[in-house]
Design a protein around this ligand. Sequence first.
Ligand SMILES: Cc1cc2nc3c(=O)[nH]c(=O)nc-3n(C[C@H](O)[C@H](O)[C@H](O)COP(=O)(O)OP(=O)(O)OC[C@H]3O[C@@H](n4cnc5c(N)ncnc54)[C@H](O)[C@@H]3O)c2cc1C
Length: 352
Amino acid sequence: MIDNTYDYVVIGGAQAGLAIAYHLKQQNKNFIVIDGGKEVGGSWLSRWDSLKLFTSTEYNHLPGLKFNAPKGHYPSKIEVANYFKTYVTQFEIPVKLNTLITAVHKTEQGFHLSYKDGKMAAKNVIIATGPFHIPYTPPCHTKISESILQMHSNFYKNPSQLQDGDALVVGGGDSGYQILNEISKDTTRTVYFSGDTNVKSIPQQILGKTIWWWFTVVGFLSFSKYSWIGKRLYTSTQPVIGTDVKEILSRKNVIPVGHTKDALNEKLFFENQHISTIKNIVWATGYRPNFSWIEGLELDANGYPKNYRGVSNIQGLYFIGLPWMHTRGSATLGGVSKDARYLASEFAKSSD
Ligand SMILES: Cc1cc2nc3c(=O)[nH]c(=O)nc-3n(C[C@H](O)[C@H](O)[C@H](O)COP(=O)(O)OP(=O)(O)OC[C@H]3O[C@@H](n4cnc5c(N)ncnc54)[C@H](O)[C@@H]3O)c2cc1C
């Protein structure tokens, strides 16, 4: 039985879903935002405790409401969640929580959406379920002894989760370096690091201006992925922002070991050595996309839906918040507004 019919259903009620909801509200559309979480801001709150945004206040505004903090301040995850809560209240955005959509399928009139307790219908569906879905851990993790504590960065909160003894952090992106930084502050613990030690790192401030100011000035965040320069940026390795990689790697208790090759019980194999004293592993090894619950979707080589600026090749099905959906900024707080504006201009043409 169908519970309800809407002209627009937005699946996902974090920044991307809220940014498009703002426009739907402005256009007086009949819509609802559905989220599987138990509270608005849940996706941010589930990240590690000490997380500070790498974008300062002035680069975190969603459409219609400024992020309420001083310029130059790097907010905590709690401040972001509170900002979302205020946003929902201020714009009276209808949000249905605790409702994980498990299937979307196309009908003659639009779509049917299934969830645990029922089904709803929508003429149009906007998928805003985030850029990161399934935590990825290399296959060799299954060969590791149960006496070693393993967790993906998705489940890392703080060093108190670790047991006594040496640790290994795998992954040289922003998350890997931030977690390595935090764990290795306890100088009594040896922390092995498996990842790229030659990664480019960019400080938060250069010549008194934030890095995001410079990015904006040179247009780094707004080159379309369809432009030649955008294509180059899109395929290049992203630098680590705001973490002093050199300083962390110079700590006496931090030991780079190259790539993790294999494992067997207590033994971890790296490029030129193996180590048997590791008691904790944090895998900061990224995520894989999952859109398998949306029927009939065509995916690109990276597993993301084929689309142009969020308009998919299924009539009435849209996306927002995908990484590099249009520019480097597409999956950032400050950058999602532009994509939301574009999609909203598409909706404004419709009589729904
Ligand atoms: C560690 C980390 C730090 C970051 N720091 C910054 C930063 O400093 N600045 C910045 O601009 N960006 C940052 N980002 C990037 C980006 O802004 C975030 O990933 C952001 O959370 C993406 O927002 P989103 O709305 O697209 O998706 P998400 O925040 O992932 O939210 C998706 C929502 O969809 C819901 N959902 C998912 N599937 C379903 C379903 N099937 N049914 C119903 N609901 C569903 C979830 O419950 C969730 O609420 C960071 C990302 C990470 C991982």
